[in-house]
Design a binder for this molecule. Structure first.
Ligand SMILES: [Zn+2]
Length: 146
């Protein structure tokens, strides 16, 4: 289930979301972000219930860096997952952090209606469907139009 638009309220989380938040926070504490000083963690849930963690991994060659969401996605795909139901994203900022545009594109390849839950350290929650954040996606079907 997803709620349209962001609601930045401190909300009591369900046990499932609290568990995913813990996974994302654990990864966030391992983030390699000496350039942005913006650590992010992600916990991506596959349709068979597995959870894949990711953190941002920056690089002295800045464009070589990648985001937490795509690290989690790559880990999941490498483990054989192909569909995902939810991602929980944690950051150190007061406002919950939505996935960047590149990550939206990467995620839509596998799960156009992914439930995205962003949580700040003080428990503020923002929630979207990926289809709301990326309303006109370029998908594998787009390649059929040549
Ligand atoms: Zn990103």
């Amino acid at each position: 289930m997803s709620v349209h638009g962001a609601s930045h309220h401190a909300t009591s989380l369900t046990p499932e979301l609290e568990a995913l938040r813990a996974v994302a926070d654990h990864a966030r504490h391992n983030a390699w972000c000496p350039y942005s000083h913006f650590p992010v963690g992600a916990a991506l849930v596959s349709d068979d219930g597995r959870v894949f963690a990711g953190c941002n991994v920056e690089n002295a060659s800045y464009p070589a860096g990648t985001c937490a969401e795509r690290v989690a996605l790559g880990t999941g795909v490498a483990a054989g997952a192909r569909r995902f139901t939810r991602v929980v994203i944690t950051s150190a900022t007061h406002e919950p952090t939505p996935p960047c545009g590149i990550c939206r594109q990467a995620l839509v390849e596998f799960s156009p209606d992914l439930d995205i839950v962003a949580i700040s350290p003080d428990g503020r929650v923002a929630r979207w469907s990926l289809s709301d954040l990326l309303p006109a996606p370029f998908t594998p079907a787009s390649l059929q139009n040549v």
